[in-house]
Design a protein around this ligand. Structure first.
Ligand code: ADP
Ligand code: MG
Length: 675
């Protein structure tokens, strides 16, 4: 019943079903789960004298005049004046000439939008609105749910078709009843009715809680099943021998930090389990994750298996390759580099397929179909937030249940880790290698740009190197490249006209990138002007200045990554954020960043300021796609859902209960349970 196409619902038909489709409403269930974004209590609201500038709220009143006029070419204004017992105000639409015909003096209108109060009166521009024949009609509506809409649909239409739907269905939750009883949540069917047709404002909260629980339970059930599944798999092999990894440790010019040792022990233990390792290593930028990954790679080779490390960019893959190459050749580990643009030689592919190559370092190129391993025992992804669940799965599929390690420098706030990476074990490298000086960070108005670059130039004169990051343009790689080129052209002819500057962006050909990287790594170039391609992982100890143009466009975690490119050597390093934004929130956000050098705190800040949707990786997990829940605001319900699932598992028939639940709740196999 619930999977019936929406066009068969009374009041929908062909035209509306297309419009509903635009909001991903295709069947009865989709409509049922199209939850209101807010509610208006129409027995209460009205225009009052207390409307404040900037208030976002609903008003209603009787229309007293309707006026549409062309002010000048290209500017048409429709003004509707409304009154009620409390006062009068104007509703205004720009360049929507057709509006005029929708309104008639004497009708009642309710409008929702932002109040603009000035010397000429009170206005609301481009409000959402609904029309009524009389005040009574309006008040009689009581509490009204308001829905997310698309052009051509009104909240009223959605309310009407939902009313039709609620008359003919009685949906049931797939969660075992006993579980719900123990949570003291209300009945599912009750919750569905209360969320769409609340009789009072008070019933909305319990209804929301129940429906959020429904969503979170589904996620937690998948995570648990995935883990059980994984633990039920037999791993390729136990990696016990450690000859080469011991040799590697001897060759390193430094001692592992205590944190690195601990994490390596956790990994070693995993590698000796009966089931494959699935571990996330998180550690702040510069905490030394690469060495830990290298140990894992070598461990596979020590035990007769191949291993691969996948990095998100060519620059990074190349860097890992050149770092590891010299060590690996000393301990007899054969290594190859695979990237997309450098033509993969058939002989390399063959050597990988025959097992002649032990370790493959590469970009997405590694997961191409033509790449075949002879016996892949371990896969590592670096900077995992750049990869989706699916890419991770494809990499894993290159072997037969290989061990998996994923690394990230964007620490996940503790609250999120449990939820988002519930499917992975987590290790944290909590400490930086000794001798690192915190990077001094400053926020400067773009007006001070000259002083900032003069300072950078003085650093160049004393032998340091400088990174400059161009403003972020999210939409297009191409625009991003243009922005970097423009900045390069400017800086290399002004502040740095006497220095050697190199350019690095994603649209450059690989050989050009290599040249630029090499010049900078060798210290022949003093200034690198780049896009965020340098965000992940580049390691140049002599670089001491990081200038970020239009820093307000970046998220804090991203800024932290960029800042992590400096402060890797013995010199005092500086990170300077340029911004012309005077928005108080932006300034507060950036100021908070200048005071904080800890990646964990920064990711918490990011979460506070930008919310979950912005947070890395969540999109790939589909976690920002909850229909009603918010994993931060509704966190207690997530804990509740997790506990409920854990309780089920403890029962002798727990696994069957969960399998039945998943079968009846999901129409198709959830992403997490595939592969
Ligand atoms: P990230 O965790 O950001 O990937 P890297 O693995 O690139 O960090 O390490 C950053 C730098 O620190 C590298 O130059 C690396 O050689 C160095 N390094 C790693 N571990 C140690 C250590 N225990 N002592 C000193 N330097 C280290
Ligand atoms: Mg790294």
């Amino acid at each position: 019943m619930l999977s019936t196409p929406i066009r068969y619902l009374k009041g929908v038909g062909d035209v509306r079903s297309v419009l509903l489709g635009k909001m991903n409403i295709f069947d009865f269930r989709d409509l049922l789960e199209h939850y209101p974004t807010r509610y208006e209590d129409r027995s209460q609201v009205g225009i009052t004298r207390h409307l404040q500038n900037g208030d976002v709220l609903a008003v209603y009143g009787k229309i007293v005049t309707v006026d549409g006029r062309k002010i000048r070419a290209g500017l048409h204004i429709t003004t509707v004046r409304i009154i009620d017992a409390g006062g009068a105000m104007n509703l205004i639409w720009f360049n929507q000439q057709f509006r005029e015909k929708q309104f008639r003096v004497g009708l009642v209108i309710s409008a929702y939008g932002k109040i603009e109060r000035n010397n000429f009166g009170v206005n609301m521009t481009n409000p959402e609105f609904e029309l009524f024949d009389s005040i009574e009609d309006f008040h009689n509506m009581g509490i009204v749910p308001i829905y997310r809409l698309t052009e051509g649909l009104t909240s009223k239409t959605i309310r009407n078709i939902l009313a039709n739907l609620l008359e003919i269905v009685k949906p049931e939750s797939a969660i075992p009843e006993k579980v719900i009883r123990e949570t003291e949540l209300i009945d599912y069917w009750q919750a569905i009715r209360d969320i769409h047709q609340p009789s009072t404002m008070q019933v909305i909260k319990p209804a929301r809680d129940r429906l959020i629980f429904e969503e979170f339970f589904a996620l937690q059930a998948c995570i648990f099943m995935h883990r059980m599944h994984n633990k039920g798999e037999k791993s390729v092999a136990k990696f016990v021998k450690k000859t080469k990894s011991e040799q590697f440790l001897q060759l390193l010019p430094f001692q592992l930090t205590k944190a690195q040792v601990e994490v390596w022990q956790e990994i070693s233990a995993d590698l000796q389990n009966d089931y494959p390792m699935e571990r996330l290593v998180q550690g702040d930028v510069g905490s030394g994750k690469t060495v830990v990954a290298a140990l894992a790679l070598i461990s596979a080779v020590d035990n007769g298996y191949q291993a691969t490390l996948m990095a998100p960019t060519e620059v990074l893959a190349t860097q890992h390759y050149s770092f590891l190459q010299s060590y690996f050749s000393s301990i007899g580990v054969k290594i190859a580099l695979l990237t997309g643009k450098s033509k993969t030689k058939p002989v390399t592919l063959k050597a990988i397929a025959t097992g002649e190559i032990d370790v493959v370092i590469g970009t997405h190129a590694v997961i191409q179909e033509k790449v075949e391993f002879s016996n892949l025992g371990l896969v590592v992804t670096d900077e995992q937030h750049r990869f989706g669940v699916e890419q991770r799965a494809r990499l894993k599929a290159k072997g037969n249940n290989p061990h998996m390690l994923v690394m990230t420098a964007t620490p996940i706030p503790r609250t999120l880790a449990l939820t988002v990476f519930g499917d992975l074990d987590i290790s944290t490298i909590k400490q930086l290698p000794p001798g690192r000086k915190p990077v001094k960070t400053y926020l400067r108005d773009s007006k001070k740009r000259k002083a900032v670059y003069d300072f950078a130039f003085s650093q160049v004169k004393s032998g340091r190197q400088v990174f400059v990051v161009c403003p972020l343009i999210e939409e297009s790689e191409k625009l991003q490249a243009q922005s970097a080129i423009a900045l390069y052209n400017e800086l290399s002819t002004t502040f740095f006209q006497d220095s050697c500057c190199v350019l690095l962006h994603g649209q450059m050909k690989q050989p050009e990138k290599d040249v630029a990287m090499q010049l900078f790594a060798d210290g022949q170039a003093s200034v690198m002007i780049a896009t965020t391609v340098i965000e992940v992982g580049i390691d140049i100890p002599n670089a001491a200045v990081m200038i970020i143009e239009a820093a307000d466009r970046f998220g804090l975690s991203q800024l932290h990554q960029l800042r992590g490119r400096v402060g890797r050597g013995a010199h005092q390093s500086y990170c300077i954020l340029l911004s012309e934004s005077s928005n108080p929130d932006t300034v507060r956000r950036l100021m908070a960043f200048t005071d904080c050098n800890d990646g964990f705190e920064i990711s918490d800040l990011d979460l506070q300021f930008r919310g979950v949707g912005q947070f890395f990786g969540l999109r790939q997990h589909g976690l920002s796609d909850f229909k009603i829940g918010d994993i931060i605001a509704d966190y207690p319900l997530m804990i509740k859902a997790k506990a409920a699932v854990a309780a089920i598992i403890l029962h002798p028939d727990g696994q069957k209960t969960l399998t039945d639940y998943i079968d009846s709740h999901f129409a198709t196999t959830p992403e997490l349970l595939k592969n």
